[in-house]
Structure formats: C-alpha cells, structure tokens
Write a protein that binds this ligand. Structure first.
Ligand code: PLP
Length: 399
C-alpha cells in the first residue's frame, strides 16, 4: 500500500499541473463542430510563441516526439539525401537510426556520451561540402540521456558562414518550453517536441514547427509518407481542423498549460529552470559525484545525469527510490544503464520539489552503497536557492 504522492523526477513525462489535469476532464465534443477550429487555432498561435516563431507553422500530430521526428524527415527529404548528424547519447543515436531506416545517407560524427553537438567539426564538414550534398544538419538541442545542451545558434552561424543551404533540424523534445529556444532567430527549419515535457501535458501529441523554407522543401520531397503528410495538415494551420480525429481532451490540457506558461512568461520559465537546475548540480557536486555532461557550460537545465561511484549500481538507486520512497528517477539509457541515474527537473517544478529529489537520492544512494553524507546535497541546494531569494529581495528593495 502506497501512501502520499508518488513524486516524479523523470525527464518526461513530467508532472501535469492540477489545473491542466482538470482542464482535460470535459465531455466528448464534435471535433468538426463550429467552435473547435477557433479553439485549436488559439493553441497553435500560442505554440508559435513558445517556439519563438512568427514565420513558422506549427503542426500537432497525434503521436509523440518520435512521430514528429519521422514527420520532419519524410516531409522534407528524399531517399538517399545526405544528412549530417552527431551521436552523443541515446536520443541522438535513435534519431540517426531512424534517418538510416528512412533511407537517408547519414554522415555521422561519433562522440563521447556527454559531449555536445560538435560545432567545429560540423563547420569543417559543411565547408568541405562545396557541391551542397548535405541536405540537412540535425541537432539534438537537449540530449536527455546525458543531460547535455547544444548550441543551436552556433550551428546556424556555421551554416551561414559557409553559405550552406542545408535545412536545420532540431530535436527540442526536452528543451522547448523549458530552455531558451528561438526558432526564427536561430534559423531553425524543423523543430520537434512532444506534449509531455516542457509543455506539462500527458503524452499524445508530437509537435512539429516548420519554417517557410522547410514548407517549400516539402512540396518537392519524395520520401514516402502517409499519416504524417504535411499536405493533409495544411487545413490545420488555416482552419484549426485536423485531417483525422485529434485527442480533444489533450487539447484542453494544452490550452491550460499554455495559459500557465504564458502567464509565468517564457523568460521567467527559462530563469526558473536555470535556477532549479543549478541547485541540483550543486547538490551533486556536494556528494562528490560527477555528471555525465563533459563540461559545466553544456550542462542541461532540464535534466541532470549523475554517474554513480564505482561499485554502485545506478539501477539499485532507482529501485530503492521507487520502492522505499515513492520517487521515480530516470534510468541510465542504453550504454549508460547501471552507471547513471537521472533527475529530471523540467516542467511544473519548484525549489521544494528539487530538494525532495536530492534528499531521496541521498537516501537511495547511501542504501545502494555510495558514501554520500546525508544532507550534504540538500544543504548545497538550499544555500543556492535561499541565496537566490536574498539577492532578488535585495534587488527589489533597491529598486
Ligand atoms: N528526443 C529526445 C531528446 C527525447 O528526450 C525523447 C524522449 O524522451 C525523444 C526524442 C522521443 O520522444 P517520444 O518519447 O515523445 O517519442
């Protein structure tokens, strides 16, 4: 018998706020009814704000982030097209595998799991590609498996500096809505996310934002596609009506979630994630443990992947967290299995919740055999969070 709440510190699905859960408790309605289109158009307009695009178009696909990956590829590229990708974690690896399965000629840069997108190596390869054979460059903005954020703006600059026309694809599944993401300013052509991370909804929608350049490419692209064909979704952008049956309840949840995000303000959302993440990182450092991210400058503000000490199995940490303390941490994926556990800190989250994550992790780590001093990580995070408050209070007092 479990009592109290189960706390969720996985990097998606994230906690769904009460107001969002309640908003979804509505009767079934006619998705072709007179009011539905305007309702959906409002959601699409606000998703554009979250993606920071005025010129782009947002498509909601019933599905998940993986479906939106597939939609991005099949709508804009041709079988045999060369694409430039880096593998530096489980999700960038899966994306590359999908590109290969869909018949693309994937030029891969393999890196340590914990590295970021190799901007300089991409620059070298793009500059050498004088005939423009590379049709797209893929960037995993936030590698959720390793807790690493890459510099999308720098990749845009590299494309511009080499006068390269390749489309810029960005996986923003664990960044959009939590970490700064500027579709227009960064010249992103295809941006992918899902409803269950920064957007604080249950899983069920893959979100794809498409630039005018990508839309033009889709008119020529010959990859086979059916369910995901952008052409069939053109009416969505114009009228708000889906070509197929959409999960209407989820749309009501998304309406409430977007209201929350925009009421908080995107800049404040990003600042909150940065503040909370820094507390988690300080906690990890106080334990004397390392994160997977190779350098603090690329550490993610939405997820921290923590390497457990030699002789400790990260699977035990996760098991103990769940069985004894009703708390879910993210597992180490693929080759990081047993070596890493992850604390997801994105979405509907505050300082108190992060302190809970650290405190349970301390107990689970200790019980799994790690020499972690109780309270050390919690104290380091408390000092950071409380200092943040003091600094802000002083600033307000001075103004
Ligand atoms: N890309 C990244 C960076 C992810 O974190 C995930 C899922 O966690 C995916 C893609 C796949 O998304 P989904 O599980 O919504 O299909």
């Amino acid at each position: 018998m479990r009592t109290g709440i189960n706390t969720l510190f996985i990097p998606g699905p994230t906690n769904v706020p009460e107001v969002v859960r309640r908003a979804m408790n509505v009767p079934m309605e006619d998705q072709r009814g007179p009011e539905f289109g305007a309702f959906v158009l409002g959601i699409l307009a606000d998703l554009k704000k979250v993606c920071q695009t005025e010129t782009g178009r947002v498509i909601l696909y019933p599905g998940s982030g993986t479906g939106a990956w597939e939609a991005a590829i099949t709508n804009t590229l041709n079988p045999g097209d060369k694409v430039l990708m880096a593998r530096h974690g489980h999700f960038s690896t899966l994306w590359a595998e999908m590109a290969t399965k869909l018949g693309l000629d994937v030029e891969l840069v393999d890196l340590a799991w914990g590295a970021a997108t190799p901007v300089n190596e991409f620059a070298r390869r793009l500059a050498a590609d004088r005939k423009g054979r590379i049709k797209a460059v893929f960037v995993t903005h936030n590698e959720t498996a390793t807790g690493v954020t890459s510099d999308v703006a720098a990749v845009r600059k590299v494309l511009d500096d080499s006068f390269h026309d390749a489309l810029l694809f960005v996986d923003g599944v664990s960044s959009i809505g939590s970490i700064e993401f500027k579709m227009d300013a960064w010249g992103v052509d295809l941006a992918v996310t899902g409803s269950q991370k920064g957007l604080m909804c249950p899983a069920g929608f893959g979100v794809l934002a498409v630039s005018p350049k990508a839309l033009a490419a889709s008119a020529q692209a010959t990859s086979k596609r059916a369910f995901f064909d952008l052409k069939d979704y053109a009416m969505l952008a114009d009228t708000g009506y889906f070509p197929y049956t959409p999960p209407a309840q989820l749309l009501h949840g998304m309406r409430a979630a977007l209201d929350r995000i925009l009421a908080e303000g995107l800049e404040n959302v990003f600042a909150r994630h940065a503040r909370l993440a820094e507390g988690i990182r300080r906690g990890v450092a106080a334990w004397g443990l390392e994160t997977c991210a190779e350098h603090s400058s690329i550490a993610s503000n939405t997820v921290t992947a923590i390497r457990v000490p030699e002789g400790v199995d990260a699977r035990d940490v996760i098991r103990i967290g769940f069985e004894r303390y009703n708390t879910s941490f993210g597992s180490g994926l693929a080759r990081l299995g047993g070596k890493v556990f992850r604390i997801g800190h994105l979405g509907d989250l505050n300082e108190a919740m992060c302190l809970t994550a650290l405190s349970v992790a301390e107990m689970a780590l200790a019980e799994a055999g790690a020499a972690v001093e109780f309270g050390s990580g919690v104290a380091a995070a408390q000092a950071w969070y409380a200092q943040g408050r003091t600094v802000r209070a002083n600033r307000i007092a001075a103004e």
